[in-house]
Ligand binder design. Structure first.
Ligand code: BGP
Length: 473
């Protein structure tokens, strides 16, 4: 506990809010002319099989029916005092197959209405262009980002939405957790070739295409919406060496490089030396067009990231207990407790990550995902259904204090959007059982439920945090 609670006040204009992704909330997977996306054929999340066509057990097909219920949901977010709401545009609502020449007007109209609803309450929309929802046709026909033609399809889509929403959206992100392609090539990169048959050559070529596409989007955004800010988004997973043995320290450093490379290219505008070495030593030759290097020099305005946990790394992982992780795993940290899903809880790791990023780039940072996934239990209190989620309040309170600490360290933090601010379908498990929200949604993995929304205890806590600009922490 801090000596003087009121000193947790955050900087003026700090952007408090929450985040979701289209495929995890909208449902209506075939309405308004939407085409299929990779999410429509992955009923069990990242671990399960890819099905030929959508299957009824896929919770994402209806999700929380945000497509029809968003006015009520945005009203609830406004009641908490949100300044910013991060969501994604489902690419296949705008270009149903992904490679058409003309966009789908009904899809464009849906997001016009959604952004208007946010702006009505003074909530800034923050939009991820691609959040694990590649149009399925692009995945099946082109093998996703392995194919260079994806750059053209993505930039046409980006240009279309920048132009359409230039008056409404001033915060953009190019790819959600772009580094997750290393572990989840289908979900993250739309790559249909099974992971065990995907060569490193093709994987890093696909990454190169995404990096060039991201830089083109930055360039276009700056041209079309000069007063907007556009960032990259990475999955952050600080890696501590399991012991001070130099071999473990180097193992942790090399692991960090694997992920840092994505942010390095976005913020420094070129491939770092350690990646050139990795390519050389592994016989990887990235095919580049003459102007790719020039394109990569269009660097982002800020770095955004998700943070749920830290992990340890060891030169010999088999000597230690395995640590579960958000897509990436490692070695378990003996000093930390874990969530019900085995994700180790480390609030100080967030201060550490913020300082590491800021020291490295000296650019503004945005925490666009953080939160606790838990199997919440609905109870009735004073005649109203609710959830007593003190565990979530504790998790977020502890993390936000570390954000405050980092700000005292001199780190420039633009804002914080809590992940899954309204319960949504979990990315990794594709279940509704793993909930993150301040708002409970009455829907269950067997398909039952009324879809009613209820305020959890954390709803009132977060409203107070925003209302006092952090002083109530
Ligand atoms: C990130 C994703 C989100 C989200 C979150 C929580 O990796 O960007 O889409 O779902 O993690 O993960 P999960 O839902 O698997 O608990």
């Amino acid at each position: 506990m801090h000596a003087n609670e009121s000193s947790y006040a955050f900087p003026e204009g700090f952007l408090w809010g929450g985040a979701v992704a289209a495929n995890q909330v909208e449902g209506a997977y075939q309405e308004g002319g939407k085409g299929l996306s990779t999410q429509d054929v992955t009923p069990q999340g990242i671990v399960g099989p890819v099905t030929e066509a959508p299957t009824p057990k896929n919770m994402k097909l209806i999700a929380i029916d945000f497509y029809h219920r968003y006015p009520e949901d945005i009203r609830l977010l406004a009641e908490m005092g949100f300044k910013v709401f991060r969501t994604s545009i489902a690419w296949s609502r705008i270009f149903p197959k992904g490679d058409e020449a003309e966009p789908n007007e009904a899809g464009l109209q849906f997001y016009d209405d959604l952004f208007d609803e946010c702006l009505k309450y003074g909530i800034q929309p923050m939009v991820t262009l691609s959040h694990y929802e590649t149009p399925l046709h692009l995945s099946r026909t082109y093998d996703g980002w392995v194919n260079r033609r994806m750059i053209g399809f993505y930039t046409r889509y980006a240009e279309t939405v920048f132009t359409r929403y230039r008056e409404k959206v001033k915060y953009w992100l190019t790819f959600n957790e772009i580094n997750s392609i290393l572990e989840a090539p289908f979900m993250s990169g739309g790559i249909s070739t099974p992971k065990d048959r995907l060569s490193r050559q093709d994987l890093y070529q696909a990454i190169h295409h995404e990096l060039v596409a991201s830089a083109r989007a930055v360039q276009l955004c700056h041209q079309i919406i000069p007063d907007a800010k556009i960032g990259c988004m990475v999955l952050s997973l600080p890696a501590y060496p399991i012991t001070p043995a130099p071999d473990d320290v180097i193992a942790a450093m090399e692991y960090e490089h694997k992920n840092q490379f994505f942010a390095d290219v976005h913020l420094r505008g070129r491939y770092p030396g350690y990646m050139q070495r990795f390519f050389r030593e592994n016989g990887i030759r990235i095919a580049m067009e003459p102007d790719d290097e020039e394109t990569l020099r269009h660097t982002v305005d800020f770095l955004s990231f998700s943070y749920y946990m830290s992990i340890c790394q060891a030169a010999d992982p088999s000597q230690h207990r395995k640590g579960e992780g958000n897509i990436f795993g490692g070695v378990a940290n003996p000093y930390l407790e874990a969530s019900e899903w085995g994700w180790q809880i480390d609030p100080q790791g967030l201060r550490y990550a913020l300082n590491q990023f800021y020291d490295r780039y000296q650019k503004p940072l945005f925490i666009v995902e953080n939160g606790l996934g838990a199997a919440d239990k609905l109870i009735v209190q004073d005649g109203m259904p609710t959830v007593e989620d003190d565990y979530r309040i504790e998790y977020m309170n502890d993390h936000l204090i570390q954000v405050w600490e980092a700000i005292q360290d001199g780190v420039e933090v633009l804002g914080y959007t809590a992940w899954g601010c309204i319960d949504c379908v979990s990315f990794s498990t594709a279940q509704l059982k793993k909930r993150y929200g301040f708002i409970y949604v009455d829907r269950h993995d067997d398909g039952s439920g009324t879809l009613e929304r209820y305020r959890k205890k954390s709803f009132h806590w977060y409203r107070e945090v925003i209302g006092t600009n952090g002083a109530s922490l």
